[in-house]
Design a protein around this ligand. Sequence first.
Ligand SMILES: Nc1ncnc2c1ncn2[C@@H]1O[C@H](COP(=O)(O)OP(=O)(O)OP(=O)(O)O)[C@@H](O)[C@H]1O
Length: 724
Amino acid sequence: MEEILAGLNEAQKKALTTTEGYIRVIAGAGSGKTRALAARFAYLVEAIGILPGNILCVTFTNKSANEMRQRIHRLTGDNDTGYICTFHSFCVSILQEDSYAVSYPKNFQVLDNADIDAMLKIIYEERGLTLRHMTFGNARDRIEIRKQMTETEYYRDLIAMPLDGLYRKYQEAVEAEDIIFYGYLYQQKKCFGLDYNDLINFSLYIFEQNEEICRKWQERLEYIMIDEFQDIDAPQYRLMRVLCGYHKNLFVVGDPDQTIYTWRGANIRYLLDFDRAFPGTETISMLQNYRSTPQILAAANSLIEKNSNRIPKRMEPVLADGAPVICHYADRSEEEAEWIADRIVRLQEEGVPLKDVAILYRAHYLTRSLEDIFLKRKIPYHIYSGVQFFQRMEIKDALSYLKMILYRDDTSFLRIANVPKRNLGERRMNFLQEYSNGQKISLYEALKRNRDHEIMRGARAGEFIDLIEKFSSEYSDRSVSEVLADILDQSGYETMLRTGGSQERLDNLAELKQSVFEYETSCGEECTLEHYLKRVALFTNMDVSESADGDAVKMMTVHAAKGLEFPNVFLCGMNEGIFPSRKINTPEGMEEERRLAFVAMTRAKERLFLSEAGGRDFDGSPRYPSRFLLDIDEQYLTYDKKPREGLIAAARDYIHAHTHTPRPAENYLQPGTKVHHFVFGDGVVVEIDSAKEAHLIQFEGMDTPRRLSVRAKLEIIKKEVKQE
Ligand SMILES: Nc1ncnc2c1ncn2[C@@H]1O[C@H](COP(=O)(O)OP(=O)(O)OP(=O)(O)O)[C@@H](O)[C@H]1O
């Protein structure tokens, strides 16, 4: 126990040793929240004697779950690390055990974007839709919006309606959007595929419908801990509430200044109002920053203080003085990239390994000029975002082979039945499609039944079937990495790449094999093919092993850098229209963007470099320095090369002209105020919507509230400033 508490400060110790009840840690960046969370897990297990399997520890990414698992493994020496995972991954565990309650088989599939696109492709072809009707990206968004907002009960159809019924709905749909939506539900049900929305909805549904299952999970989870709580969304919050309903031991940590996922449904109110939702909450704050030098913190504090909608909080440095924060203005992007490369070489000369250098950016496209220079100057780098590793053709193909062994689903079949070529071209595929639709069976089953059909003469259908059947019968006795290596070999897939000379693709396959192997050794539980395939759909680029990268500069978006830290950070593209992004058009959006810049700056431990480039944008307009640079008090920035005065003045004018000054708070009526409208009659203000400059008002005699512009004429009947 001494060991676990060693080196922790008083607040962290308190966070560890207060084990019972509702505890909220609101703390600054780099204050040791995550460290306290990991130590708390070890404390519960080692000092108190709680079994790891009775603890749920929710992290924001799979990568941080992996790191936490390894940390805990080191602290406890135990291989059983309980449930340390993301919300989605935890739902996979729930469904793996209890999907029978909704009549779904254990081998349901978890779908990622590429799987969804493959289904969309089938639907578009069957119903004659083209990308002009809707791109796949838009179609995915529309499906998500319908599932989250307009057809929130969709999962009842998915659960209860027989395949025939879903097929009919799909056939009867006329509008493109309906065709896509119902076609997708039909495809989902056909292979028992669940997307990320479904994972949480299905779990919640099972808990609502089945008290026994719900109680089983509630009883099992004696302690629940949640990291990055500032970015939790409504379904996750509902799930968490249910899960802690029995033991009532819930520990959450978050930093309101690091909310960066509002656009994806995150709601900071869950953190701020936690004490009201859970009476008796104990709140612990941590303000000492152990990560960054005082110079870096001063600049970051100076930036975040410009947000007006914020609880004031100032991080205090613990570390000794370090290097100044360097800022550079380049005339063009190429020159900015040159400057970054020069600085990296200088760091290298000082003995800094490249893996201790990270370049962060707001958007993927900024890597292009950097990559050009790095390739020219032979500076090794690794991009952690961009084309997703798991979305690459060869990776999807390899995973489709594994899925065929287990699920025999249509999307995997369509992907690899004829890769490498087995003479299963368009004519034979059309035949199989028709046959399978008629019989309501999978394409693979259709192929099996027609193995000796005349139309299959000359195709190597039998060979493919024998391969899948052979692996299906023996995979359960072998490790996933072995199965993967063998099927890539025996299917002829690797030979196809080799003869095609695709060294890069072969390297990626080697990286996949390595990552499977690492997953097997670190996942903390038995890793079966079923287990791996369900989890892999939740993986991102960040989950690919670093080992293969060696000593290379790390490059990633700011969103991907959340929760991480690096000795040296370059934050590039600090220009208006890039960071802040030109897509931001509300005051709230701008505050979130500023928080994002704050998250980026606070990732740096020893040195921070900020850079921007002048010149012209794609549309010919001049480029200005980012308002975030101008927000930082000048005394905290050391300019290596400064933009000319005129440009800064022009930037200020530009920013002023493009800033929507929010209406002051006193111009709004407080919730609870009773008002009279000349058409709608009497009502009560329910909410202020400052983004839309409106009030949400519930009028008497109307079932639903109305959003009225602040300019609407309202007579105040009774002022009610007290807000619940
Ligand atoms: N008591 C402590 N003594 C020394 N170092 C500490 C202490 N607590 C945390 N640290 C170090 O400070 C750094 C930041 O810790 P951690 O990542 O846990 O912070 P965090 O609050 O989760 O950060 P963020 O929210 O910014 O991601 C880590 O390098 C960690 O090892």
